[in-house]
Ligand binder design. Sequence first.
Ligand SMILES: [Zn+2]
Length: 235
Amino acid sequence: MLITPAGLCKGRMDADDLLIVDLRGNVLASANDRRPSTETPMHLEVYKLRPDVRAVIHAHPIFATALTVAGLDFPDDILPEVALTLGHVPVSAYATPSSHEDAEVVRPLIRDHDAILLRQHGSLTVGKNLEEALIHLERLEHVAEVFHHARQLGGVARIPPEELRKLANSKLLRHCEEGALPGAARQGRCPDEAIPKGDAVSSDQGIASHPSTSGVPSAQDARNDGRRQSPRSKS
Ligand SMILES: [Zn+2]
């Protein structure tokens, strides 16, 4: 997989600074003789557990990270598009950054979630390509910032449970129609009874449409040939 280097400002990176490592973390190529990100074990853990994932972004978003410092849960019930896409965003146990502990605290959560908050550290978002992982990250931080401002303005209005159920059914139906259940939808099941009769199911494709993945090698390709540019990572 491609991975960003350690000890280099991400804003000053260019393509030659990226490294290629195999799925055990061994460096296969490094044009500028860089060392891989110290968070490489966490990225590798995701690829081991989620064959559907082709991109991982670890970041330190201010508002989302602040939630974990304050001991608050991620507010997954204040904006419809978040309930429809990210769903529940868990907060991991605390881990020492840049150690194998990060991989350990992510392990029990990443199978069922496309976005995780790392307690007192940052975020981890995944996707079938880099763009999708970035959209998850931006959505995560957007919600956390809106939540912060709403609290300052005097209170937070939650979406009623019956409306959340409609959104959950809509999300599940969409994923079932697509023939796959990504992490964010794995709490649900596809049988007909999962969708209550007579319930309105949104067909607004604009909210959860996914970008194309054409031209990106698969995770299996990466295992078969570690030198190919397969799952792309950013740390
Ligand atoms: Zn970090």
